[in-house]
Design a protein around this ligand. Structure first.
Ligand code: SF4
Length: 386
């Protein structure tokens, strides 16, 4: 069954806070050049503090303030002396991201636009799941993305750079602090291909789990199918959920809408998923975007069912969220009809006995399709070659 409707957690005052994009201006750059403490593991903080001549327990206190209390300044670390707080503030900064804007959808989804110290912008999305009574945060792992999926606003930006582990974790810490909500689930489905930024993604996962106390089973990492990194992730002993952005039932369609399929076609991708499942004993999520007339026909549902029937996986159908027409290089795809989605789902359920959900559309009034908000600020900036 598809999940039930998501309840808006936002108050009417918060919704009234909605900032039209035309009124958003980026704040002045804040770049002290000091090293951020967010992004360091507890062991790294202990080593750093001992090196500076401070006892281990000081590092543990700071670790607690950073990741559990999510404070935004050293002055809030109340069990440290004023002198020591000043000493820290002269050498370090908490983090490097600034909230540049916050958009609140009528459905309660909150989209944060962060400005990095170098002026690049990234986005994170806070969602409330009524069924579970919990909040989930979608984080970005790169500025832009090299994968260039034809249906994705971020793919249109190209890759500008990887985010550091600090910048990935800080999205969680800042949204937790700003919203005051207890965020129990984190999904790596924002801008970027998490496994392309492998080392920083894995380090951030460990910090979220060990320092921020987000259960590894409550973390989902999506990938477009980088086979070599899926194999590597299988060895990390992290019981997270891997979400494979499949989006097509055969190589012909997949290569057309996801160029990465030419590098890692289904003949190599599916065996890598088999190895991942064998080694982790977890269940995969297959993400499948529903695009009118492209991949949403009944024969596609049968091809998909046959392709993945043997895999321990759920299927998540995602109605295509059109890229705003005024964005650079927007593609003219349309969302599948409700009838097409229903027929597709019923084939997978009845004939192939797969568990199928339909993802609810979130924040369509606030540019919530992946990368749309940040894309507006990146359009005139230099893009790295892929
Ligand atoms: S869908 Fe994901 S992998 Fe594809 S271009 Fe967008 S951000 Fe990159």
């Amino acid at each position: 069954m598809p999940p039930t409707l998501l309840s808006p957690p936002a108050t009417s005052e918060e919704i009234a806070d909605y900032t039209p994009m035309t009124q958003v201006t980026l704040p002045p750059l804040k770049n002290s050049g000091l090293a951020p403490l967010i992004g360091k593991t507890q062991a790294e903080l202990v080593d750093l503090f001992i090196e500076m001549g401070h006892p281990r327990f000081r590092a543990e206190q700071v670790h607690h303030w950073l990741y559990v209390k999510c404070v935004q300044s050293f002055d809030e670390m109340l069990n440290l002396s004023k002198g020591f707080r000043q000493h820290l503030a002269e050498r370090f900064q908490i983090g490097t991201l600034q909230i540049a804007s916050k958009q609140i959808s009528e459905d309660g989804t909150v989209k944060y636009l962060f400005q990095c110290a170098d002026g690049n912008v990234i986005e994170s999305v806070l969602m409330y799941f009524e069924e579970r009574g919990s909040y989930a945060l979608c984080v970005s792992t790169q500025v832009g993305c090299a994968i260039n999926c034809s249906f994705c606003a971020t793919g249109k930006m190209g890759l500008k750079r990887h985010l550091s582990a600090s910048e990935i974790v800080e999205q969680y810490v800042q949204v937790q602090a700003d919203s005051g909500k207890e965020i129990r689930n984190v999904v790596y489905m924002g801008q970027g291909e998490p496994l392309h930024n492998y080392e920083n993604t894995v380090k951030s996962l460990r910090i979220l789990n060990e320092s921020c106390e987000v259960g590894m089973r409550r973390i989902t990492v999506s990938t477009s199918g980088l086979v070599d990194h899926i194999d590597k992730l299988a060895e990390e002993e992290m019981p997270l959920t891997l979400a494979l952005s499949l989006h097509a039932p055969n190589n012909e369609i997949r290569s057309r809408i996801m160029p990465i399929n030419k590098r890692w076609p289904l003949e190599t991708l599916i065996p890598s998923l088999e190895r991942y499942l064998a080694s982790t004993n977890r269940r995969l999520t297959m993400e499948y975007i529903m695009i009118d007339g492209i991949n949403d026909q009944p024969e596609h549902a049968h091809q998909l069912g046959q392709l993945i029937q043997h895999l321990k996986c759920n299927i998540n159908l995602i109605p295509y969220n059109p890229i705003a027409k005024d964005l650079p290089r927007a593609v003219d795809y349309k969302r599948s009809s409700n009838q097409a989605i229903r027929t597709f789902m019923m084939i997978l359920l009845d004939r192939y006995h797969k568990k199928v959900t339909v993802r609810l559309e979130r924040g369509v009034d606030i540019d919530a399709a992946c990368g749309q908000l940040a894309n507006r600020f990146q359009a005139d900036k230099e893009v790295l070659p892929v």
